[in-house]
Write a protein that binds this ligand. Sequence first.
Ligand code: GAP
Length: 459
Amino acid sequence: MAGTTMDKIVSLCKRRGFLFQGSELYGGLQGTWDYGPMGVELKNNVKRAWWRANVYERDEVEGLDAAILMNRLVLRYSGHEATFSDPLVDCRKCKKRFRADQIEPGEKCPEGGLHDLTEPRPFNLMFKTTVGPIENDENVAYLRPETAQGIFVNFKNVLDSTNRKLPFGIAQIGKAYRNEITPKNFIFRVREFEQMEIEYFVIPGTDEEWHKRWIDERVAWYYQYGIRPENLKQYAQKPEELSHYSKATTDLLYRFFPERDEEKQFDEVEGIANRTDYDLTCHTKGGKTTLKDGTFLVNEHAVLKQTYYDQASNQHLTPYVIEPSGGVDRITLAFLMDAYEEQKLEGGKERTVLHLHADLAPVKVAVIPLARNKPDMVEMAKRIKKSLQSTGRMRSLFDDSGNIGKCYARQDEIGTPFCVTVDHQSLEDDQVTVRHRDTMLQDRISVDSLHRYLEERLR
Ligand code: GAP
């Protein structure tokens, strides 16, 4: 089971500074969330763990950071202008708007009885803006709805500047925007979010094998960082569910809704698609693609052909693409939910603890003076914090926000693996107490060996 329900995570996130409603001071802006002091650390750690596994620990993946604003033609030739829409329905009674595929059969209208719904009509999800001072159709641009397109239009640039051979991948982390009809469930469905995407280019014919391999790689990554196997499921999309560019997509589903009936507990945290040669064909000079609505597009604007010279077959070919695409916000939420535990302790006490993997924990070590009104103790705790932080390997925090019990409770709730306490005795013998988050066991360690002690256990 997931450690908890989303409601409990929402409350913890606000209380401990992980997430706040976007523009809360002015009543909020629906579908936007601001990451607070703990949230930004956790989210950065999630991104770092992903980048490390998919770029640094592989020999055939390069990184990229493309612009969010893109030439309109990118999203025209990708098919997004014509087909990136959700079916929208309005209720004639309550005047509310819904995604047609998300309204439950028999859902009650607040005005009484069932909703009285209009026929579904397509609603394009892209945010439009104008580039430059003149607001006309020629200057329209979109905020990208997926980071992937920035990778496809840079395929040749990366290939030529790195001399890569197939198979090779390009990884990118960045913001994406969708004008969702009904943003909901905290950071699960929002209008501004981040994606972590890899476009992995392969020789056509090897794509199905690579698709399988990437599904396994991605599942292993979630397990490595603490997601329990029973909370992650694979779902192979049915042909009618596939996006316009996909030949096969397997979604990884996380148990975001443990309070619901069994079959509705899981929802998508990441999709791994076989995008074939669809995108590189779209974005190549003279490339011809068929959109899902049956219309054709011939690329008359790209300035070059995005093909690959394959020495083995002595021909130019258009690579196929395998795309693992995860949402940073949903992945962060899954890690939070899986890590959460309300523990009953001996003597009837309780505590809430986040058992986050040490690499993901926002703070690795909190240094706490036992008495905050003792200048010597405070000074020693600050000195230890500074020296731990100076290693650059462990985010450390000086915490004198309450008595020792309150500090431990706070650090448990934000998932800090270690608390170091400076007490009266420390001033005499230069030793401190190290408390372990998960077991609550305590060790007495000399300050000299503290760095090594912590580093060995955080690794
Ligand atoms: N490039 C492929 C692509 O964008 P997607 O399934 O539409 O595929 C990939 O999105 C991931 O992005 C999803 O698995 C999800 O984690 C995240 N995502 C998509 N829409 C989102 C939204 N409105 N709010 C939060 N995350 C979202």
